[in-house]
Design a protein around this ligand. Sequence first.
Ligand SMILES: *Cc1c(COP(=O)(O)O)cnc(C)c1O
Length: 330
Amino acid sequence: MLPPLSERIALGVFPTPLSPLRRLSEHLGGPSIWIKRDDLSGLALGGNKVRKLEYLLQNALTEGADTLITAGAIQSNHCRQTAAAAASLGLECHLVLGGYAPPLLQGNLLLDSLFGAHLHFAGSKRKGEDIPALAESLIAAGKRPYVVPYGGSNKLGALGFANALVELCRQTQEPFSHIVFASSSGGTHAGLLAAAKWMALPTQILGIRIDKEENNGSPFQQQLLSLSQDVLTDLEPLANLSAEDIVLNEDYLGQGYGVMGEPEQEAISLMASLEGILLDPVYTGRAMAGLLDLVQKGHFSAEDKILFWHTGGAPAIFAYADEWAANRHL
Ligand SMILES: *Cc1c(COP(=O)(O)O)cnc(C)c1O
């Protein structure tokens, strides 16, 4: 089986570890649960975005870019990993961040500034609405900017996750019945789904939706389908996906994007205390809270073999320290 053929530049440490969550599985008394550790993917405290950036930044270099621009929420892991990759490649980096300059740099934002990124605060526009104007002003100043899409989620970025599934298949003989993960800008979901179809795996690709706002107007399911189809067409030109192939659970959106509630805190505490593994307040804490709830509701059978794909994000924990203390009555 060949991995996707587009060129990529090495930025992360692969393969990431695959291991059973023995104590968590025993605690829950349900199916066996395993974890794929993309939190250990190497670049700047890890995370899933490095798989996408390996393809995207190869493309940026091929096009002769000297400057990267991308966007995200104020605690964006994607922005932090992009800033680190830019530093390592000697590229200038501009981040268009939602929200306003806080009095104290914390979590991912602190790391963005350590990597030397230029920070542009965009208020309520956290999905890169200001990027075209910024790109124009950089071009006028003689730069050659390359826009990394929101979350790194275009076809090229999603190829990183098609390749990730190939990597997983090389690590295990017996396929998983389900792969559960946080789905937000869609590239992770699309890459995994396209590759599962391509390899005809008997594995359900089960995304837990994190952010109920759309990135570009069209319904998220529709974006997922078209992105997955684009990746699949690259792998196997005549293969097709349909709307039924998209499995997206929307039951765990909580109080909205980036708001840490009780379920996220409980999931983070449980994984930390049973497994010594850190989840994050925005993505993996929410996705694991969803997985725990589904197990407790009897959604899976005892014979199922579940993979939780850890997509990173732990630096954001520190930006939520105040809320944590308040909620725990410390
Ligand atoms: C970006 C991100 C996700 C979501 O991945 P998408 O490809 O954007 O859907 C999940 N977890 C973490 C920690 C992330 O930073």
